[in-house]
Each structure stands twice: as structure tokens, then as C-alpha cells.
Design a protein around this ligand. Structure first.
Ligand code: HEM
Length: 223
């Protein structure tokens, strides 16, 4: 598509899909906080919630937009990185390391870690929920709760999550600010507030998403 050929429109699409994914993450974290409830309450509430989401046509449409956003965001990132590498090779000096943070220069590596995380995440939770033969809970809902909690009973699995969540945090630290700037969504006067919001957002998501597997792991010994 000629529209997607320009780097500017690719950057705009990347910013838009990135901000949509940022919004999804807040909703996803809020839903997952139910895993912190006492086991009997958590399983009823989490399984009800999953059943409710999977049966709702509005949520299904949002989910397809979500899958499209993940793929478009990753493909655009790859195309822009390859283009930038080709351009950078023409210049003898690259002074970026003096002017930017390490995570801003390594968005591709952080994104790749997240992509690997997502493959594991989809295989173990999403695929199992949609296509696996799950046991049912006492209300007749698919017992996704037991799958998630059992996964977080092994220390190495929790480590994969925590490391991935830190990659996510650094990715967001640069990505949120960059997306808002690309789309020109703020007046320069408010740049400082956008930056502060981005930092608070990134820290909250990293700590929130990391805390859940660590908490589930630890509480298996306190029963
Ligand atoms: C404590 C951390 C997390 C837990 C416990 C968790 C749990 C889950 C579960 C149980 C599902 C399957 C249920 C469903 O499809 O509705 C799911 C789906 C998903 N998760 Fe996570 N998740 C976590 C972190 C993340 C992170 C950090 C990301 C993104 C970087 C993410 C992205 C997704 C996506 C895209 C789906 C598919 C949603 C859909 O089909 O509507 N998750 N997650």
C-alpha cells in the first residue's frame, strides 16, 4: 500500500497502535488484579470475568483490533529499524548515545523480548483458554484461574514474567512519550506533564504486572 510506504505514516500507525496497546494493558492489569483475592473468591471472580469477556461481541471486536495492533506495531517497528540502519550506515558518526537513554536506543531488542514473551503468554493462557480442554469450576465456567495459578507455582516461570515486565517497563518509558510526540498530541508547554504521566504509567504497569506472579508464587507456601 503506497500509504504505508512513507516512514511518517508508518510511524503514525506505530504510535496509534502503541497507544491502543497502552490502553489495553491498563484494562488487562485491572482484570488480572482479581488474582490477588483470596483463592476461593479469586477463582469464581476471575473465571466469571473470563467467561463474560469471551462471550461479548463488543469485546470480540476489540480483541481483533488488539491482535491487528500487535502485528502492525511489530511489523512497522521492523521496517523502520531496517530503513534507519541503512540510512545510519551512510554517516560516519552516530552521536545518539550521548543524547539518549540506553532503552531508547534498544527499543528493537526490548520489543523482541516482548514478542517472545507474548508467544509464551498466548500459548500457555490464551490458546489453552480458547482451544484447550479446560476443567470447569463449580459454576460451570472454564477454570482458567487454576491454569494461571499453577503456572506461577514454578519459580523459573515467575522469573520469565518479571524479566519480561521490566522489558515492558523500559519499552513503555520511551514508547509512550514517543507516541504522544509523533502524533503531536500535546502543546510543548505540557511536555513535562506528559513525561511525568509516562513515567508513572510505566512504573505502575511494571510493578503491577510483576507483583501478580510473585504474589501467587509466595502465597502457595502460606496456606
Ligand atoms: C501478571 C501478568 C499477566 C497475567 C496473569 C495475564 C493473564 C492473561 C490471561 C489469563 C489471558 C487469557 C485470557 C483471555 O484470553 O481473555 C491473557 C491474554 C492476553 N494477554 Fe495477558 N497476562 C499478563 C500480562 C500480560 C502482558 C504484560 C501483556 C502484554 C505485553 C499481555 C497481553 C495479553 C494479550 C494480548 C492477551 C489476549 C487477549 C485477548 O484475546 O483478548 N498480558 N493474559
Amino acid at each position: 500500500m503506497p500509504f504505508l510506504k512513507s516512514t511518517l505514516s508508518r510511524k503514525n500507525l506505530m504510535a496509534l497502535t502503541g497507544l491502543f496497546l497502552c490502553f489495553f494493558l491498563v484494562i488487562h492489569l485491572l482484570g488480572n488484579l482479581q488474582l490477588l483475592l483470596a483463592a476461593d473468591k479469586a477463582s469464581v471472580s476471575f473465571n466469571n470475568y473470563s467467561t463474560l469477556l469471551s462471550g461479548n461481541i463488543f469485546i470480540k471486536i476489540i480483541a481483533y483490533i488488539l491482535y491487528f495492533s500487535i502485528i502492525a506495531h511489530a511489523v512497522d517497528a521492523l521496517v523502520i529499524t531496517v530503513k534507519n540502519r541503512k540510512t545510519a550506515a551512510k554517516y560516519a558518526y552516530d552521536e545518539r548515545k550521548h543524547a539518549s537513554k540506553w532503552y531508547s536506543r534498544n527499543m528493537g531488542i526490548l520489543g523482541t523480548v516482548l514478542l517472545i514473551f507474548l508467544v509464551i503468554h498466548f500459548k500457555d493462557f490464551w490458546y489453552v483458554y480458547k482451544f484447550g480442554a479446560l476443567p470447569l469450576d463449580k459454576n460451570g465456567n472454564k477454570n482458567l484461574y487454576v491454569i494461571v495459578v499453577n503456572a506461577f507455582h514454578s519459580w523459573w516461570y515467575v522469573c520469565i514474567y518479571v524479566v519480561s515486565m521490566f522489558a515492558l517497563g523500559f519499552h513503555l518509558l520511551h514508547g509512550f512519550k514517543s507516541a504522544v510526540r509523533t502524533l503531536g498530541l500535546y502543546h510543548p508547554r505540557y511536555a513535562r506533564y506528559v513525561e511525568i504521566f509516562g513515567v508513572v504509567y510505566s512504573y505502575t504497569l511494571t510493578i503491577g504486572f510483576s507483583f501478580i506472579p510473585v504474589y501467587v508464587y509466595i502465597t502457595q507456601y502460606i496456606k
